[in-house]
Design a protein around this ligand. Sequence first.
Ligand code: SF4
Length: 83
Amino acid sequence: MCICVDCAFVDRCKTYYAVEEHHGVKHISQKPDFQGNNPRIHINILDMPDREIGIEWDVRGCDSFQLDNGKWSRLRPGEEIPK
Ligand code: SF4
């Protein structure tokens, strides 16, 4: 799970914007203006049906992380958190 979904900066963050881009999901912010310090991105390569390959991007560590539990869910009430 990407730690960004519980980070106070998720709706301003350029790194999270890039993660959304790789996941092909809609953006929380159209114009992110914050660059987190030293984000560590975990990339997982998955075998998919029909010999396709999927790639998952998750931020697993970041020096700018500031806990705000459920921030993403409050911005998108009722929607499933991207995995
Ligand atoms: S944890 Fe880091 S990369 Fe993720 S939203 Fe927060 S500042 Fe951005």
